[in-house]
Ligand binder design. Structure first.
Ligand SMILES: NC(=O)c1ccc[n+]([C@@H]2O[C@H](COP(=O)([O-])OP(=O)(O)OC[C@H]3O[C@@H](n4cnc5c(N)ncnc54)[C@H](OP(=O)(O)O)[C@@H]3O)[C@@H](O)[C@H]2O)c1
Length: 254
């Protein structure tokens, strides 16, 4: 007859079997796929939320006016109210999400919704709360030439590039995993028709379709190869797009 198994030993064996099973089970993706999109009602933002949803993310779009956004933007989303000019509003809206994507921009050259308020101060509120709740990746759409005080665009639109530059610096220094996608002049022709080019450095007049900018923004989200990188996305004149992932990988970290 077999001797009775020592009960402590049996318990240890059961526990280590259970632990082994837990460690061998992959974390379910659905548990960590919730993404807050700021500026989701905008020209680029509305492409971003559609593409993220198609990829299986749980999308939480924000707007200053969620009722209007729900009526005017395609799709069935649970819009959250948020106004970047109020820290209380930002603190209340940014909760229980894993990722943040931003595609917002000031609507006035001067006034309560100007670049200083929206692209700098409001963006700072966002980065602060994203840090507090520990988001896994913060993707910011910025602008080509951000940080350049000499661009004529500053004079035309409330020093927008100066304020975007401050916001970029704040994000880079926040300790958050981040990617900064700098958009050039944006247009509204269909995407997917011209090559997409990702570059660091370079200058001159550059353009991009909003749909293509959305494609790049979604491609970098939760993408290890894009972490800690700042780059310009633009459309090329002709030819095919070099594989996007390869381009992302070849970019230098900040
Ligand atoms: N336009 C260009 O040529 C250009 C060039 C370079 C970079 N960019 C950048 O590219 C991104 C996309 O640009 P876009 O032209 O596609 O955007 P857009 O159509 O101008 O949309 C701007 C968005 O910002 C939101 N917004 C404005 N004020 C806000 C506030 N106080 N609080 C919260 N949200 C606010 C608006 O949302 P609600 O009205 O629903 O609140 C709207 O969804 C932006 O980051 C922009 O700065 C644009």
């Amino acid at each position: 007859m077999e001797p009775p198994m020592n009960s402590n030993l049996a318990r240890r064996q059961v526990l280590s079997l259970a632990l082994g099973l837990i460690l061998a089970t992959p974390v379910l993706a659905q548990d960590s796929d919730k993404v807050l999109v700021v500026g989701a009602s905008g020209g680029t933002g509305r492409f971003i939320i559609a593409m993220l949803e198609e990829q299986g993310y749980e999308v939480v779009p924000t707007s200053r006016n969620p009722e209007r956004a729900a009526e005017t933007v395609a799709g069935d989303f649970a819009w959250r109210q948020m106004d970047l000019t109020s820290r209380e509003s930002v603190d209340a809206a940014v909760r229980d999400v894993d990722f943040v994507v931003t595609a917002h921009g000031a609507t006035q050259a001067e006034g309560p919704n100007d670049p200083e308020q929206v692209d700098w101060i409001g963006t700072r509120y966002l980065i602060d709360v994203a840090g507090k709740i520990g988001v896994k990746h913060y993707v910011m759409i910025s602008a080509a030439s951000a940080g350049n005080p000499d661009s004529p665009l500053n004079e035309r639109f409330g020093n927008v590039l100066v304020w975007k530059g401050h916001a970029e610096d704040y994000l880079r220094e926040s300790g958050l995993p981040y990617t900064i996608v700098r958009g050039p002049g944006l247009r509204d022709n269909p995407g997917g028709e011209k090559p997409i080019v990702l570059e660091q450095g370079g200058s001159g007049r550059r353009l991009m379709e909003r749909e293509d900018l959305a494609t790049v923004t979604v491609a970098v989200l939760n993408n290890e190869a894009a972490m800690g990188k700042t780059f310009v996305a633009r459309n090329g004149d002709g030819g095919a797009t070099v594989d996007l992932q390869e381009q992302i990988q070849n970019l230098s970290p900040d």
